[in-house]
Design a protein around this ligand. Structure first.
Ligand SMILES: [Zn+2]
Length: 412
């Protein structure tokens, strides 16, 4: 591909005013030694230099911080064609989903493949090295774009279907090497499919992800079987007349299905009671927050502080271009910095790097700068006078303003 990335087979030493590995404290006058697309050493420049083999190139990035490539835990790249087509904020989920269905119906058959091609470029150009990417089938295969690694989730629908097999798109099969089958949500997928998807991922040690407690209509439906979700299922011919509402919250319902564990990513988690949060923490779930998407759809404001206070692994993600203006995780981090002033900016940096890497099953490879990790790094500009305590906030500000560049990248 064209673009600012390369695989440096030879040893290179990258120096900058700061090294911000996220998984370890920042280092002033830091450096990273890379070779063959991997990090060999990281730390103070003088220390790393001693480990440097003869003939290694030194690249000085000046007044910047070396920072891991971003990890976006939840997006739908195949929806790229919807960029700029929906005005925000929408009045609510009901209005948004109606608009989304109309727009999708008007798109040509190649929209997903073309969306993937453009979406990969867009998300890479925002500094992302790994993403958790949801497809409904059109973007289930890997593309030739090697600068970005996608953890591909095949999202299944089927409220009135009895099994994973019956919910699979007819032209696709699942095996351990391909996309990971996951349910869309509790209101669009039957309980046997949800449980089977979890069994499938658990048997392979893979992450499981689904939209959970995103909007009030979901809560209303699971509690009493009524409201917009029911109307939607009836309209789509997906309603199951034998279904009885469980009278539970989405998190309680998923717990009853045996779905909640440390490899489960709860995406959105906007409408969560205190007991839902306690249950998610007891089960060690990870949470993926998409606060700009929630705001744009009028879905509400997720309680990120609550999840952090309970010690849950928290990630930030952009969701798709059907509910967000861009796929820029630095912009998402900037939103949290301003909208959640009580959250420590260092926690926000973890939510766009080390936490999503762990939640997607790629700890130690992505979202950090440490020996053995992929040498996917950014140099984020640092203004004069920044010290260790103000560095995290300064990095979010610079990132959001686009004051960064790729300095090295190895194919996923
Ligand atoms: Zn989504």
């Amino acid at each position: 591909m064209n673009g600012p990335w390369k695989i440096a087979q030879q040893a290179e030493i990258h120096r900058a005013e700061w090294l911000a590995p996220v998984s370890a404290p920042p280092v002033q006058n830091g450096a990273v030694l890379t070779s063959g697309g991997r990090v060999v050493a990281a730390g103070p420049f003088q220390t790393v230099k001693k480990e440097c083999p003869a003939g290694a190139r030194t690249l000085d990035h000046g007044r910047a911080a070396l920072f891991p490539a971003l990890v976006n835990a939840h997006t739908h790249l195949e929806l790229f064609a919807l960029k700029g087509k929906i005005a925000f904020p929408q009045p609510g989920f009901r209005q948004w989903i109606t608009l989304l269905f109309d727009l999708r119906a008007s798109m040509g058959k190649d929209f997903a493949a073309e969306g993937l091609r453009l979406g990969e470029q867009e998300i890479f150009s925002s500094g992302t090295g790994l993403c958790g990417d949801i497809t409904n089938g059109g973007a289930a295969a890997r593309s030739g774009f090697q600068a970005l690694e996608r953890r591909i989730f095949l999202e299944l629908l089927g409220f009135n279907l009895p099994s994973l097999e019956t919910a699979m798109p007819p032209d696709l099969q699942i095996d351990g090497a391909g996309p990971i089958p996951v349910p869309h949500s509790v209101y669009s997928v039957s309980s046997p499919i949800i449980a089977e998807c979890k069994d499938w991922t658990r048997a392979r040690g893979l992450p499981f992800t689904m939209h959970v407690a995103e909007h009030f209509e979901e809560i209303e439906f699971l509690n009493g079987g009524k409201g917009f979700c029911r109307e939607l299922l009836e309209r789509l011919g997906r309603w199951d007349p034998a279904w009885k509402p469980p009278g539970k919250t989405p998190v309680e319902y998923l717990d009853r299905l045996g779905v909640l564990d440390s490899n489960t990513l709860l995406v959105h988690a906007v409408h969560m009671s205190d007991s839902d949060w306690a249950l998610a923490a007891t089960r060690n779930c990870a949470v993926v927050f998409c606060p700009r998407s929630n705001r744009n759809l009028g879905a509400g404001r997720p309680r990120i502080e609550k999840a952090l206070s309970l010690g849950l692994d928290c990630c930030l993600a952009t969701d798709s271009l059907a509910s967000n203006l861009d796929l820029d995780l630095f912009a998402e981090a900037g939103h949290v910095l301003y909208s959640y002033p009580s959250i420590d900016p260092r926690k926000i940096l973890e939510m766009i790097t080390v936490k999503p890497a762990r939640s997607l099953g790629r700890a130690g490879e992505f979202g950090c700068i440490e020996p053995g990790a992929k040498a996917n790094m950014l140099a984020v500009a640092v203004r004069p006078g920044v010290n260790e305590s103000s560095l995290a906030e300064a990095l979010i500000e610079s990132g959001k303003e686009g004051a960064w560049k790729w300095v090295s990248n190895s194919p996923g």
